[in-house]
Design a protein. Structure first.
Length: 608
Protein backbone atom coordinates (compact mmCIF):
# COMPACT_ATOMS: atom_id res chain seq x y z
CA UNK A 1 0.00 0.00 0.00
CA UNK A 2 1.37 3.37 -1.11
CA UNK A 3 4.26 3.64 -3.52
CA UNK A 4 7.69 5.24 -3.22
CA UNK A 5 10.24 6.07 -5.89
CA UNK A 6 13.43 8.09 -5.58
CA UNK A 7 16.24 8.99 -7.98
CA UNK A 8 19.77 10.32 -7.50
CA UNK A 9 21.79 10.68 -10.69
CA UNK A 10 22.60 12.97 -13.58
CA UNK A 11 19.25 13.14 -15.44
CA UNK A 12 16.39 15.55 -14.88
CA UNK A 13 14.40 13.38 -12.52
CA UNK A 14 10.79 14.61 -12.78
CA UNK A 15 9.84 12.34 -15.69
CA UNK A 16 11.61 9.41 -14.01
CA UNK A 17 9.64 9.95 -10.82
CA UNK A 18 6.28 10.40 -12.54
CA UNK A 19 6.82 7.32 -14.72
CA UNK A 20 7.77 5.32 -11.63
CA UNK A 21 4.68 6.51 -9.79
CA UNK A 22 2.46 5.46 -12.68
CA UNK A 23 3.86 1.94 -12.39
CA UNK A 24 3.21 2.01 -8.64
CA UNK A 25 -0.31 3.39 -8.82
CA UNK A 26 -1.82 -0.04 -8.15
CA UNK A 27 -0.34 0.32 -4.63
CA UNK A 28 -2.34 3.48 -3.88
CA UNK A 29 -4.12 6.20 -5.79
CA UNK A 30 -5.68 8.65 -3.34
CA UNK A 31 -3.07 11.33 -4.00
CA UNK A 32 0.44 11.76 -5.36
CA UNK A 33 3.39 14.10 -5.16
CA UNK A 34 7.08 14.71 -5.82
CA UNK A 35 9.86 16.58 -4.03
CA UNK A 36 12.85 17.63 -6.14
CA UNK A 37 16.07 19.36 -5.09
CA UNK A 38 16.14 22.18 -7.65
CA UNK A 39 19.50 23.79 -6.77
CA UNK A 40 17.88 26.37 -4.52
CA UNK A 41 16.00 24.11 -2.13
CA UNK A 42 13.30 21.47 -2.02
CA UNK A 43 10.42 22.07 -4.45
CA UNK A 44 7.26 20.07 -3.79
CA UNK A 45 4.27 19.47 -6.06
CA UNK A 46 1.42 17.26 -4.90
CA UNK A 47 -2.27 16.78 -5.53
CA UNK A 48 -5.24 14.70 -4.44
CA UNK A 49 -6.39 12.12 -6.97
CA UNK A 50 -4.54 9.93 -9.40
CA UNK A 51 -1.13 10.38 -10.98
CA UNK A 52 -2.69 11.77 -14.16
CA UNK A 53 -4.07 14.70 -12.19
CA UNK A 54 -0.65 15.46 -10.73
CA UNK A 55 0.91 15.15 -14.17
CA UNK A 56 -1.69 17.49 -15.63
CA UNK A 57 -1.06 20.08 -12.94
CA UNK A 58 2.66 20.11 -13.77
CA UNK A 59 1.72 20.94 -17.37
CA UNK A 60 5.30 21.00 -18.60
CA UNK A 61 6.31 23.41 -15.85
CA UNK A 62 7.46 21.05 -13.13
CA UNK A 63 10.46 21.34 -10.84
CA UNK A 64 13.92 20.70 -12.33
CA UNK A 65 16.67 18.74 -10.62
CA UNK A 66 18.64 15.51 -10.58
CA UNK A 67 17.66 14.28 -7.10
CA UNK A 68 14.09 13.69 -6.01
CA UNK A 69 11.50 11.48 -4.38
CA UNK A 70 7.88 10.71 -5.25
CA UNK A 71 4.89 9.02 -3.63
CA UNK A 72 1.44 7.71 -4.46
CA UNK A 73 -0.81 7.33 -1.44
CA UNK A 74 -3.38 4.97 0.03
CA UNK A 75 -4.70 7.02 2.94
CA UNK A 76 -4.39 5.82 6.53
CA UNK A 77 -4.01 8.89 8.75
CA UNK A 78 -5.88 11.91 7.42
CA UNK A 79 -8.29 12.10 4.53
CA UNK A 80 -7.03 11.81 0.96
CA UNK A 81 -6.62 15.47 0.07
CA UNK A 82 -3.79 17.60 -1.26
CA UNK A 83 -2.71 18.84 2.18
CA UNK A 84 -2.26 15.30 3.50
CA UNK A 85 -0.56 14.06 0.31
CA UNK A 86 3.13 13.14 0.41
CA UNK A 87 5.89 14.35 0.34
CA UNK A 88 5.80 16.06 3.73
CA UNK A 89 8.26 18.67 4.92
CA UNK A 90 9.77 19.56 8.26
CA UNK A 91 9.45 22.90 10.04
CA UNK A 92 12.47 24.38 8.28
CA UNK A 93 11.18 23.49 4.81
CA UNK A 94 14.58 22.00 4.00
CA UNK A 95 13.69 18.33 4.48
CA UNK A 96 11.13 16.29 2.55
CA UNK A 97 9.98 12.76 3.29
CA UNK A 98 7.74 10.09 1.76
CA UNK A 99 6.49 7.21 3.87
CA UNK A 100 4.66 3.90 3.54
CA UNK A 101 3.30 2.31 6.71
CA UNK A 102 1.91 3.55 10.02
CA UNK A 103 3.69 5.28 12.90
CA UNK A 104 1.74 3.85 15.82
CA UNK A 105 3.12 6.18 18.48
CA UNK A 106 2.84 9.32 16.39
CA UNK A 107 0.41 10.88 18.90
CA UNK A 108 2.91 10.90 21.76
CA UNK A 109 5.75 11.94 19.45
CA UNK A 110 3.65 14.79 18.10
CA UNK A 111 2.72 16.01 21.58
CA UNK A 112 6.39 16.05 22.61
CA UNK A 113 7.42 17.91 19.45
CA UNK A 114 4.62 20.44 19.89
CA UNK A 115 5.81 21.09 23.41
CA UNK A 116 9.22 21.90 21.90
CA UNK A 117 7.68 24.44 19.49
CA UNK A 118 7.05 22.37 16.35
CA UNK A 119 3.98 23.38 14.31
CA UNK A 120 2.02 20.85 12.25
CA UNK A 121 -0.19 21.49 9.23
CA UNK A 122 -1.57 18.04 8.36
CA UNK A 123 -3.41 15.15 10.01
CA UNK A 124 -0.76 12.62 9.05
CA UNK A 125 1.64 10.52 11.07
CA UNK A 126 4.24 11.11 8.34
CA UNK A 127 4.60 14.82 9.03
CA UNK A 128 5.49 13.93 12.63
CA UNK A 129 8.35 11.76 11.35
CA UNK A 130 9.65 14.62 9.16
CA UNK A 131 9.77 16.93 12.19
CA UNK A 132 11.39 14.24 14.32
CA UNK A 133 14.21 13.84 11.79
CA UNK A 134 14.57 17.64 11.67
CA UNK A 135 15.04 17.64 15.44
CA UNK A 136 18.11 15.42 15.13
CA UNK A 137 19.57 16.88 11.95
CA UNK A 138 23.08 18.26 12.45
CA UNK A 139 24.48 18.05 8.94
CA UNK A 140 24.29 14.26 8.46
CA UNK A 141 20.96 13.05 7.13
CA UNK A 142 21.44 9.32 7.70
CA UNK A 143 22.41 9.87 11.33
CA UNK A 144 19.33 12.02 11.91
CA UNK A 145 17.09 9.42 10.24
CA UNK A 146 18.60 6.65 12.37
CA UNK A 147 18.11 8.56 15.63
CA UNK A 148 14.51 9.40 14.75
CA UNK A 149 13.60 5.88 13.69
CA UNK A 150 14.90 4.46 16.97
CA UNK A 151 12.02 6.30 18.64
CA UNK A 152 9.38 5.10 16.21
CA UNK A 153 6.91 2.28 16.84
CA UNK A 154 5.11 0.87 13.82
CA UNK A 155 5.94 0.16 10.21
CA UNK A 156 7.73 2.24 7.65
CA UNK A 157 9.36 2.35 4.28
CA UNK A 158 10.73 5.87 3.81
CA UNK A 159 12.81 8.03 1.50
CA UNK A 160 14.18 11.37 2.73
CA UNK A 161 16.02 14.29 1.09
CA UNK A 162 17.53 17.47 2.53
CA UNK A 163 18.53 20.60 0.65
CA UNK A 164 21.87 20.79 2.50
CA UNK A 165 22.85 17.39 1.02
CA UNK A 166 21.45 17.80 -2.49
CA UNK A 167 22.79 14.60 -4.09
CA UNK A 168 21.69 12.21 -1.33
CA UNK A 169 18.58 10.14 -0.61
CA UNK A 170 18.24 8.17 2.61
CA UNK A 171 15.85 5.22 2.69
CA UNK A 172 14.92 2.81 5.47
CA UNK A 173 12.44 0.01 6.08
CA UNK A 174 10.67 -1.86 8.81
CA UNK A 175 7.66 -3.90 7.74
CA UNK A 176 7.19 -2.06 4.44
CA UNK A 177 9.30 -3.06 1.41
CA UNK A 178 12.09 -1.00 -0.09
CA UNK A 179 14.42 -1.90 -2.95
CA UNK A 180 17.55 -0.17 -4.27
CA UNK A 181 18.15 0.05 -8.02
CA UNK A 182 21.76 0.14 -9.21
CA UNK A 183 22.90 1.98 -12.30
CA UNK A 184 25.97 3.68 -13.79
CA UNK A 185 26.23 7.10 -12.19
CA UNK A 186 22.63 6.88 -11.01
CA UNK A 187 20.70 4.99 -8.37
CA UNK A 188 17.10 4.51 -7.38
CA UNK A 189 15.06 3.58 -4.34
CA UNK A 190 11.51 2.26 -4.63
CA UNK A 191 8.86 0.26 -2.84
CA UNK A 192 8.54 -2.11 -5.81
CA UNK A 193 10.83 -3.08 -8.68
CA UNK A 194 8.11 -2.21 -11.18
CA UNK A 195 8.89 1.49 -10.60
CA UNK A 196 12.51 1.14 -11.74
CA UNK A 197 12.46 -1.80 -14.15
CA UNK A 198 12.60 0.55 -17.14
CA UNK A 199 16.02 1.72 -15.95
CA UNK A 200 17.74 -1.22 -14.23
CA UNK A 201 17.37 -4.90 -13.37
CA UNK A 202 20.17 -4.88 -10.78
CA UNK A 203 18.67 -4.46 -7.33
CA UNK A 204 19.29 -4.87 -3.62
CA UNK A 205 16.39 -5.67 -1.29
CA UNK A 206 16.49 -4.06 2.13
CA UNK A 207 15.56 -6.13 5.17
CA UNK A 208 13.74 -4.87 8.23
CA UNK A 209 15.87 -2.57 10.34
CA UNK A 210 18.10 -1.53 7.45
CA UNK A 211 18.94 1.87 6.00
CA UNK A 212 20.40 2.86 2.65
CA UNK A 213 22.11 6.00 1.41
CA UNK A 214 22.12 6.51 -2.35
CA UNK A 215 23.97 9.13 -4.40
CA UNK A 216 24.87 9.25 -8.10
CA UNK A 217 28.20 7.63 -7.24
CA UNK A 218 26.94 4.64 -5.27
CA UNK A 219 24.97 3.27 -2.37
CA UNK A 220 25.70 2.18 1.19
CA UNK A 221 23.56 -0.09 3.33
CA UNK A 222 23.67 -0.16 7.13
CA UNK A 223 21.47 -1.02 10.05
CA UNK A 224 19.39 1.84 11.37
CA UNK A 225 22.01 2.10 14.13
CA UNK A 226 24.74 2.62 11.54
CA UNK A 227 26.45 -0.78 11.33
CA UNK A 228 27.52 -1.63 7.79
CA UNK A 229 25.64 -4.34 5.91
CA UNK A 230 26.98 -6.18 2.88
CA UNK A 231 24.02 -6.91 0.62
CA UNK A 232 23.75 -9.27 -2.34
CA UNK A 233 22.92 -7.70 -5.70
CA UNK A 234 20.13 -9.59 -7.46
CA UNK A 235 18.81 -9.47 -11.01
CA UNK A 236 15.09 -8.96 -11.61
CA UNK A 237 13.66 -11.73 -13.80
CA UNK A 238 10.63 -9.79 -15.05
CA UNK A 239 10.64 -7.87 -18.32
CA UNK A 240 9.19 -4.40 -18.77
CA UNK A 241 6.56 -5.72 -21.19
CA UNK A 242 5.11 -7.87 -18.41
CA UNK A 243 4.03 -4.82 -16.43
CA UNK A 244 2.37 -3.06 -19.39
CA UNK A 245 -1.16 -3.59 -20.71
CA UNK A 246 -0.13 -5.01 -24.06
CA UNK A 247 -3.24 -3.79 -25.91
CA UNK A 248 -5.81 -4.87 -23.30
CA UNK A 249 -8.22 -2.33 -21.87
CA UNK A 250 -7.26 -3.20 -18.31
CA UNK A 251 -4.49 -5.05 -16.49
CA UNK A 252 -7.12 -7.28 -14.92
CA UNK A 253 -8.36 -8.47 -18.31
CA UNK A 254 -4.78 -9.04 -19.51
CA UNK A 255 -4.03 -11.06 -16.39
CA UNK A 256 -7.18 -13.16 -16.79
CA UNK A 257 -6.07 -14.04 -20.30
CA UNK A 258 -2.52 -14.76 -19.14
CA UNK A 259 -3.67 -17.61 -16.90
CA UNK A 260 -3.05 -20.49 -19.33
CA UNK A 261 0.60 -19.44 -19.46
CA UNK A 262 0.94 -18.55 -15.78
CA UNK A 263 -0.47 -21.95 -14.76
CA UNK A 264 2.00 -23.68 -17.05
CA UNK A 265 4.85 -21.67 -15.52
CA UNK A 266 3.74 -22.82 -12.07
CA UNK A 267 4.01 -26.56 -12.72
CA UNK A 268 6.64 -26.58 -15.51
CA UNK A 269 9.73 -28.55 -14.48
CA UNK A 270 8.10 -29.68 -11.24
CA UNK A 271 5.97 -32.65 -12.32
CA UNK A 272 7.03 -35.90 -14.00
CA UNK A 273 4.23 -37.66 -15.91
CA UNK A 274 5.96 -41.02 -16.27
CA UNK A 275 6.45 -41.46 -12.52
CA UNK A 276 3.43 -39.42 -11.40
CA UNK A 277 5.58 -37.38 -9.01
CA UNK A 278 6.46 -33.78 -8.22
CA UNK A 279 9.77 -32.16 -7.25
CA UNK A 280 9.78 -29.13 -4.92
CA UNK A 281 13.39 -28.62 -3.87
CA UNK A 282 12.68 -25.17 -2.52
CA UNK A 283 10.90 -26.63 0.51
CA UNK A 284 14.35 -27.23 2.05
CA UNK A 285 13.09 -30.39 3.75
CA UNK A 286 14.35 -33.94 3.25
CA UNK A 287 11.87 -36.64 2.25
CA UNK A 288 11.94 -38.25 5.69
CA UNK A 289 11.05 -34.88 7.26
CA UNK A 290 8.17 -34.43 4.81
CA UNK A 291 6.85 -37.88 5.73
CA UNK A 292 6.88 -36.91 9.41
CA UNK A 293 4.51 -33.95 8.88
CA UNK A 294 1.35 -34.75 10.84
CA UNK A 295 -0.41 -31.37 10.62
CA UNK A 296 -0.35 -28.41 8.26
CA UNK A 297 -1.54 -24.87 8.95
CA UNK A 298 -2.09 -22.71 5.87
CA UNK A 299 -2.22 -18.96 6.47
CA UNK A 300 -3.41 -16.24 4.09
CA UNK A 301 -5.62 -13.19 3.55
CA UNK A 302 -8.38 -12.52 1.03
CA UNK A 303 -7.82 -14.35 -2.24
CA UNK A 304 -4.87 -16.25 -0.74
CA UNK A 305 -7.17 -17.52 2.02
CA UNK A 306 -9.53 -18.89 -0.64
CA UNK A 307 -6.71 -20.74 -2.41
CA UNK A 308 -5.61 -22.05 1.00
CA UNK A 309 -9.07 -23.57 1.50
CA UNK A 310 -8.75 -25.45 -1.78
CA UNK A 311 -5.32 -26.58 -0.66
CA UNK A 312 -6.86 -27.88 2.56
CA UNK A 313 -9.27 -30.07 0.62
CA UNK A 314 -6.49 -31.33 -1.66
CA UNK A 315 -3.98 -32.16 1.07
CA UNK A 316 -6.48 -33.90 3.32
CA UNK A 317 -7.98 -36.00 0.52
CA UNK A 318 -4.86 -36.97 -1.39
CA UNK A 319 -2.00 -36.66 1.10
CA UNK A 320 -3.93 -37.69 4.20
CA UNK A 321 -2.58 -34.81 6.31
CA UNK A 322 -4.89 -32.84 8.65
CA UNK A 323 -4.97 -29.20 7.55
CA UNK A 324 -6.23 -26.00 9.16
CA UNK A 325 -6.69 -22.76 7.25
CA UNK A 326 -6.21 -19.57 9.23
CA UNK A 327 -6.78 -15.90 8.52
CA UNK A 328 -3.33 -14.36 8.91
CA UNK A 329 -4.82 -11.34 10.66
CA UNK A 330 -6.27 -13.58 13.40
CA UNK A 331 -3.46 -16.11 13.76
CA UNK A 332 -0.99 -13.85 15.54
CA UNK A 333 -3.54 -12.38 17.95
CA UNK A 334 -4.52 -15.61 19.60
CA UNK A 335 -2.44 -18.44 21.02
CA UNK A 336 -2.41 -21.04 18.23
CA UNK A 337 -1.35 -24.58 19.10
CA UNK A 338 1.79 -25.40 17.17
CA UNK A 339 3.24 -28.78 18.14
CA UNK A 340 6.12 -30.87 16.83
CA UNK A 341 5.21 -32.23 13.42
CA UNK A 342 3.30 -29.08 12.45
CA UNK A 343 4.35 -27.17 9.33
CA UNK A 344 2.96 -23.75 8.41
CA UNK A 345 2.50 -22.60 4.82
CA UNK A 346 2.00 -18.87 4.33
CA UNK A 347 0.47 -17.66 1.06
CA UNK A 348 0.93 -14.14 -0.28
CA UNK A 349 1.11 -12.91 -3.87
CA UNK A 350 3.41 -10.01 -3.00
CA UNK A 351 5.33 -11.72 -0.24
CA UNK A 352 4.95 -8.46 1.69
CA UNK A 353 1.44 -8.75 3.19
CA UNK A 354 2.01 -7.48 6.73
CA UNK A 355 -0.57 -9.73 8.43
CA UNK A 356 0.80 -12.83 6.69
CA UNK A 357 4.39 -11.87 7.44
CA UNK A 358 3.56 -11.36 11.12
CA UNK A 359 1.74 -14.71 11.25
CA UNK A 360 4.75 -16.43 9.69
CA UNK A 361 7.04 -14.94 12.32
CA UNK A 362 4.65 -16.08 15.04
CA UNK A 363 4.69 -19.63 13.69
CA UNK A 364 8.49 -19.58 13.57
CA UNK A 365 8.63 -18.26 17.12
CA UNK A 366 6.59 -21.28 18.21
CA UNK A 367 9.07 -23.62 16.57
CA UNK A 368 7.24 -24.58 13.37
CA UNK A 369 8.93 -24.59 9.97
CA UNK A 370 7.30 -21.77 7.99
CA UNK A 371 7.22 -22.26 4.24
CA UNK A 372 6.24 -19.49 1.86
CA UNK A 373 4.08 -19.75 -1.23
CA UNK A 374 4.70 -16.41 -2.95
CA UNK A 375 4.95 -14.82 -6.37
CA UNK A 376 7.52 -12.07 -5.92
CA UNK A 377 11.14 -13.21 -5.89
CA UNK A 378 13.17 -11.41 -3.25
CA UNK A 379 10.11 -10.45 -1.20
CA UNK A 380 10.29 -10.41 2.59
CA UNK A 381 8.37 -13.67 3.05
CA UNK A 382 10.57 -15.33 0.42
CA UNK A 383 13.69 -14.22 2.28
CA UNK A 384 12.53 -14.90 5.83
CA UNK A 385 10.69 -18.19 5.34
CA UNK A 386 12.42 -21.51 5.97
CA UNK A 387 11.74 -22.59 2.39
CA UNK A 388 8.85 -22.61 0.01
CA UNK A 389 7.44 -22.47 -3.48
CA UNK A 390 7.48 -19.62 -6.00
CA UNK A 391 4.27 -19.66 -8.01
CA UNK A 392 5.88 -17.97 -11.07
CA UNK A 393 2.68 -16.17 -12.11
CA UNK A 394 4.61 -13.12 -13.29
CA UNK A 395 3.82 -9.56 -12.20
CA UNK A 396 0.20 -8.95 -11.24
CA UNK A 397 -0.74 -5.27 -11.49
CA UNK A 398 -4.55 -5.40 -11.28
CA UNK A 399 -5.58 -4.85 -7.67
CA UNK A 400 -8.13 -7.67 -7.85
CA UNK A 401 -6.05 -10.84 -7.98
CA UNK A 402 -6.74 -13.31 -10.79
CA UNK A 403 -3.74 -15.18 -12.14
CA UNK A 404 -2.06 -15.27 -8.74
CA UNK A 405 -5.10 -17.15 -7.38
CA UNK A 406 -5.01 -19.85 -10.03
CA UNK A 407 -1.23 -20.16 -9.79
CA UNK A 408 -1.53 -20.55 -6.03
CA UNK A 409 -4.08 -23.33 -6.52
CA UNK A 410 -1.83 -25.00 -9.09
CA UNK A 411 1.15 -24.78 -6.75
CA UNK A 412 -0.91 -26.34 -3.96
CA UNK A 413 -1.86 -29.15 -6.36
CA UNK A 414 1.83 -29.79 -7.06
CA UNK A 415 2.52 -29.73 -3.32
CA UNK A 416 -0.31 -32.21 -2.78
CA UNK A 417 1.14 -34.51 -5.41
CA UNK A 418 4.59 -34.31 -3.84
CA UNK A 419 3.35 -35.09 -0.32
CA UNK A 420 0.74 -37.59 -1.48
CA UNK A 421 3.25 -39.71 -3.38
CA UNK A 422 5.40 -39.89 -0.22
CA UNK A 423 2.41 -41.32 1.62
CA UNK A 424 -0.58 -43.13 0.18
CA UNK A 425 -0.95 -41.92 -3.40
CA UNK A 426 -0.23 -44.56 -6.04
CA UNK A 427 1.85 -44.02 -9.14
CA UNK A 428 -1.26 -44.33 -11.29
CA UNK A 429 -3.12 -41.77 -9.24
CA UNK A 430 -0.13 -39.48 -9.53
CA UNK A 431 -0.08 -39.88 -13.31
CA UNK A 432 -3.78 -39.06 -13.48
CA UNK A 433 -3.20 -35.85 -11.53
CA UNK A 434 -0.28 -34.80 -13.71
CA UNK A 435 -2.19 -35.55 -16.92
CA UNK A 436 -5.14 -33.48 -15.72
CA UNK A 437 -2.89 -30.61 -14.63
CA UNK A 438 -1.10 -30.53 -17.98
CA UNK A 439 -4.46 -30.25 -19.79
CA UNK A 440 -5.58 -27.23 -17.75
CA UNK A 441 -3.87 -24.50 -19.84
CA UNK A 442 -5.57 -25.60 -23.07
CA UNK A 443 -8.90 -26.02 -21.26
CA UNK A 444 -8.52 -22.47 -19.97
CA UNK A 445 -7.92 -21.25 -23.51
CA UNK A 446 -11.17 -22.90 -24.58
CA UNK A 447 -13.08 -20.94 -21.93
CA UNK A 448 -11.35 -17.69 -22.86
CA UNK A 449 -12.28 -18.10 -26.55
CA UNK A 450 -15.96 -17.77 -25.68
CA UNK A 451 -16.41 -14.64 -23.62
CA UNK A 452 -19.29 -13.12 -25.58
CA UNK A 453 -21.92 -15.06 -23.62
CA UNK A 454 -20.45 -13.86 -20.33
CA UNK A 455 -20.48 -10.27 -21.57
CA UNK A 456 -24.18 -10.59 -22.42
CA UNK A 457 -24.98 -12.02 -19.00
CA UNK A 458 -23.03 -9.15 -17.42
CA UNK A 459 -25.11 -6.60 -19.32
CA UNK A 460 -28.31 -8.27 -18.16
CA UNK A 461 -27.37 -8.27 -14.47
CA UNK A 462 -25.11 -5.25 -14.01
CA UNK A 463 -27.95 -3.20 -12.49
CA UNK A 464 -28.45 -5.62 -9.58
CA UNK A 465 -26.99 -4.67 -6.21
CA UNK A 466 -26.86 -8.10 -4.57
CA UNK A 467 -25.55 -11.49 -5.71
CA UNK A 468 -25.28 -14.89 -4.07
CA UNK A 469 -22.55 -17.38 -5.06
CA UNK A 470 -22.97 -21.05 -4.16
CA UNK A 471 -20.73 -24.09 -4.54
CA UNK A 472 -19.81 -27.28 -2.75
CA UNK A 473 -16.58 -29.15 -2.03
CA UNK A 474 -13.63 -27.77 -3.97
CA UNK A 475 -15.89 -25.17 -5.55
CA UNK A 476 -17.14 -23.62 -2.32
CA UNK A 477 -13.87 -21.61 -2.06
CA UNK A 478 -14.22 -20.82 -5.79
CA UNK A 479 -17.68 -19.38 -5.01
CA UNK A 480 -16.12 -17.25 -2.26
CA UNK A 481 -13.50 -16.02 -4.70
CA UNK A 482 -16.12 -15.20 -7.34
CA UNK A 483 -18.11 -13.17 -4.81
CA UNK A 484 -14.96 -11.36 -3.67
CA UNK A 485 -14.06 -10.38 -7.24
CA UNK A 486 -17.53 -8.91 -7.79
CA UNK A 487 -17.38 -6.97 -4.52
CA UNK A 488 -13.90 -5.65 -5.17
CA UNK A 489 -14.34 -4.17 -8.62
CA UNK A 490 -18.07 -3.53 -9.15
CA UNK A 491 -19.05 -2.53 -5.56
CA UNK A 492 -21.98 -4.96 -5.67
CA UNK A 493 -22.74 -6.72 -2.42
CA UNK A 494 -22.02 -10.40 -2.99
CA UNK A 495 -21.79 -13.36 -0.66
CA UNK A 496 -20.35 -16.82 -1.14
CA UNK A 497 -21.77 -19.84 0.69
CA UNK A 498 -21.64 -23.61 0.63
CA UNK A 499 -24.73 -24.45 -1.42
CA UNK A 500 -26.23 -26.61 1.32
CA UNK A 501 -26.05 -23.68 3.77
CA UNK A 502 -28.40 -21.57 1.65
CA UNK A 503 -31.46 -22.89 3.45
CA UNK A 504 -29.93 -21.97 6.81
CA UNK A 505 -30.32 -18.25 6.31
CA UNK A 506 -29.45 -16.80 2.88
CA UNK A 507 -32.61 -18.24 1.32
CA UNK A 508 -34.49 -15.42 3.06
CA UNK A 509 -32.85 -13.00 0.63
CA UNK A 510 -33.95 -14.73 -2.55
CA UNK A 511 -36.58 -13.15 -4.76
CA UNK A 512 -36.85 -12.10 -8.39
CA UNK A 513 -34.20 -9.41 -7.80
CA UNK A 514 -31.52 -11.77 -6.48
CA UNK A 515 -29.18 -13.36 -9.05
CA UNK A 516 -27.67 -16.59 -7.75
CA UNK A 517 -24.49 -18.00 -9.28
CA UNK A 518 -24.19 -21.77 -8.86
CA UNK A 519 -21.04 -23.76 -9.53
CA UNK A 520 -22.69 -26.99 -10.61
CA UNK A 521 -20.14 -29.32 -12.10
CA UNK A 522 -20.72 -33.06 -12.39
CA UNK A 523 -19.22 -34.39 -9.18
CA UNK A 524 -20.49 -36.19 -6.08
CA UNK A 525 -22.53 -33.16 -4.96
CA UNK A 526 -24.14 -32.58 -8.39
CA UNK A 527 -27.65 -33.84 -7.55
CA UNK A 528 -27.67 -31.92 -4.28
CA UNK A 529 -26.84 -28.68 -6.07
CA UNK A 530 -29.63 -29.30 -8.60
CA UNK A 531 -31.98 -29.53 -5.63
CA UNK A 532 -30.65 -26.22 -4.33
CA UNK A 533 -31.40 -24.71 -7.74
CA UNK A 534 -34.99 -25.87 -7.44
CA UNK A 535 -35.25 -24.06 -4.12
CA UNK A 536 -34.08 -20.85 -5.78
CA UNK A 537 -36.41 -21.30 -8.75
CA UNK A 538 -39.36 -21.77 -6.40
CA UNK A 539 -38.63 -18.31 -5.00
CA UNK A 540 -38.23 -16.70 -8.46
CA UNK A 541 -34.48 -16.18 -8.10
CA UNK A 542 -32.41 -15.80 -11.28
CA UNK A 543 -29.84 -18.56 -11.77
CA UNK A 544 -26.47 -18.36 -13.53
CA UNK A 545 -24.83 -21.79 -13.57
CA UNK A 546 -21.23 -22.80 -14.21
CA UNK A 547 -21.57 -26.38 -15.49
CA UNK A 548 -19.60 -29.20 -17.08
CA UNK A 549 -19.56 -29.36 -20.87
CA UNK A 550 -22.29 -31.61 -22.23
CA UNK A 551 -24.56 -31.28 -19.21
CA UNK A 552 -28.05 -30.67 -20.58
CA UNK A 553 -29.88 -31.37 -17.34
CA UNK A 554 -28.73 -28.15 -15.71
CA UNK A 555 -30.27 -26.14 -18.59
CA UNK A 556 -33.71 -27.09 -17.33
CA UNK A 557 -33.13 -25.29 -14.04
CA UNK A 558 -30.84 -22.33 -14.82
CA UNK A 559 -31.59 -19.10 -16.65
CA UNK A 560 -28.04 -19.03 -18.03
CA UNK A 561 -25.41 -21.77 -18.28
CA UNK A 562 -21.69 -21.18 -18.79
CA UNK A 563 -19.86 -24.39 -19.65
CA UNK A 564 -16.35 -25.41 -18.63
CA UNK A 565 -14.43 -28.55 -19.65
CA UNK A 566 -14.38 -31.57 -17.37
CA UNK A 567 -11.31 -32.19 -15.21
CA UNK A 568 -10.29 -33.89 -11.98
CA UNK A 569 -12.39 -32.52 -9.11
CA UNK A 570 -9.38 -31.17 -7.20
CA UNK A 571 -8.44 -29.03 -10.23
CA UNK A 572 -11.96 -27.92 -11.13
CA UNK A 573 -11.65 -24.49 -9.40
CA UNK A 574 -8.92 -23.61 -11.92
CA UNK A 575 -11.60 -23.73 -14.62
CA UNK A 576 -14.77 -22.67 -12.79
CA UNK A 577 -13.17 -19.50 -11.48
CA UNK A 578 -12.45 -18.12 -14.96
CA UNK A 579 -16.11 -17.39 -15.83
CA UNK A 580 -16.51 -15.85 -12.36
CA UNK A 581 -13.53 -13.55 -12.93
CA UNK A 582 -14.86 -12.55 -16.35
CA UNK A 583 -18.39 -12.01 -15.04
CA UNK A 584 -17.09 -9.66 -12.34
CA UNK A 585 -14.90 -7.86 -14.87
CA UNK A 586 -17.62 -7.28 -17.46
CA UNK A 587 -20.18 -6.23 -14.83
CA UNK A 588 -17.70 -3.69 -13.43
CA UNK A 589 -17.02 -2.33 -16.93
CA UNK A 590 -20.76 -2.13 -17.61
CA UNK A 591 -21.21 -0.12 -14.39
CA UNK A 592 -18.39 2.25 -15.34
CA UNK A 593 -16.12 1.22 -12.45
CA UNK A 594 -12.36 1.62 -12.40
CA UNK A 595 -11.46 -2.06 -12.74
CA UNK A 596 -7.73 -1.88 -12.07
CA UNK A 597 -7.93 0.63 -9.24
CA UNK A 598 -11.14 -0.01 -7.28
CA UNK A 599 -12.04 2.44 -4.56
CA UNK A 600 -10.53 2.00 -1.09
CA UNK A 601 -8.36 -0.92 -2.21
CA UNK A 602 -4.68 -1.25 -3.01
CA UNK A 603 -2.30 -4.02 -3.93
CA UNK A 604 0.12 -5.44 -1.37
CA UNK A 605 -1.43 -4.62 2.00
CA UNK A 606 1.55 -3.58 4.12
CA UNK A 607 -0.37 -1.96 7.00
CA UNK A 608 -2.48 -3.64 9.65
Amino acid sequence: MCGIVGYAGHQDCLDILVDGLKRLEYRGYDSAGVAILNGKGVEIRKMAGKIAQLEGSLNGDGPKGVTGIGHTRWATHGEPNTLNAHPHIDGSGKLALVHNGIIENYGSLKAKLESEGHKFETETDTEVLAHLIEKYYEGNLEEAVGKALNLVEGTFGIAVVHEDEPTKIVGARHGSPLVVGIGDGEHWVASDVSAILRHTKQVVYLDDGELVVITPDGYRTTTIDGHLRDKEVQEVEWELEQIEKGGYDHFMLKEIFEQPDSIQNTYRGRVVLEDGIAHLGGLNMEQHALRLIDRIIIIGCGTSWHSAMIGEYMLEEYAGIPVEVEYASEFRYRNPIVKQGTVCFVISQSGETIDTLAAMREAQAKGAPALGLVNVVGSTIARESDGGVYIHAGPEIGVASTKAFTSQVAALAVLTLALGRLRNLSQEQGRTMVQALEKIPEQMRQILKNTEQIQEIAKAYAHHNNFLYLGRGYNFPAALEGALKLKEISYIHAEGYPAAEMKHGPIALIDENMPVVFICIQDSAYDKILSNMEEVRARKGKIIAIATEGDTKVKEKADHVIYVPATEKMLSPLLTVLPLQLLAYYIAVERGCDVDQPRNLAKSVTVE
